[in-house]
Ligand binder design. Sequence first.
Ligand SMILES: Nc1ncnc2c1ncn2[C@@H]1O[C@H](COP(=O)(O)OP(=O)(O)OP(=O)(O)O)[C@@H](O)[C@H]1O
Ligand SMILES: Cc1cn([C@H]2C[C@H](O)[C@@H](COP(=O)(O)O)O2)c(=O)[nH]c1=O
Length: 209
Amino acid sequence: MTERFITFEGPEGAGKTTIINKLQQELENRSIPAIFTREPGGIEISEKIRSIILDKEHTTMDGRTEALLYAAARRQHLVEKVIPSLKEGKYVICDRFIDSSLAYQGYAREIGLEDIFSINSFAVDGYMPDTTFYLDLDVEAGLERINQNKDREVNRLDLETLSFHRKVREGYLILQEKFPERIIKIDANRTVSEVFKDVLYHLQRKYKL
Ligand SMILES: Nc1ncnc2c1ncn2[C@@H]1O[C@H](COP(=O)(O)OP(=O)(O)OP(=O)(O)O)[C@@H](O)[C@H]1O
Ligand SMILES: Cc1cn([C@H]2C[C@H](O)[C@@H](COP(=O)(O)O)O2)c(=O)[nH]c1=O
């Protein structure tokens, strides 16, 4: 339904932010109109919801509450920022979207893909990315990367068990098999420039940038 809506997904430390920053530079160099945003967050209301969800002190948060908060943040961000930018003809590049909810809450939290899809269908009302890059990386390697990055604040989800993070990756792999037309799996266990070259190749092929 939507065009030029591109999302990046992956487990912790997969390199999404790094690749999105390079893409921003590349599109700016080519004078291609685009916005770069993230979930949960991207606008004031959704950033506030983000801080509630990711607060390390909120250890009693129920899994369904968590899922609903992600969906609420998504709805507001979509209406306030994503849809207007798409309507202006801009590329929208978003760090995480509905597939994060499916992999984290649906699969790893075991709420179920169908229930998570159902609450998110209400939130997104038909707006789906037309391309999703899934940066695939061994979970331990990703966690090691974020542990090395002393500037990154540790959040509540980071503190989940190793088996939870392994399930997140399994969830993503299931989603990629389910939606191979939309979700492009990228081997993130390579150098930044190799990963970026791969992403750019797919974007050039699809959007003739
Ligand atoms: N291909 C790579 N090889 C080695 N290190 C990398 C690579 N890509 C990113 N990194 C480093 O790994 C850390 C995590 O990268 P980044 O913040 O881009 O990941 P992310 O997917 O956005 O993480 P999260 O969603 O968990 O915040 C950073 O310190 C970054 O410099
Ligand atoms: C959108 C979304 C995110 N999450 C999780 C994934 C990460 O652990 C955090 C976000 O932190 P990041 O450093 O910005 O990647 O939230 C989730 O569980 N469900 C979602 O829908």
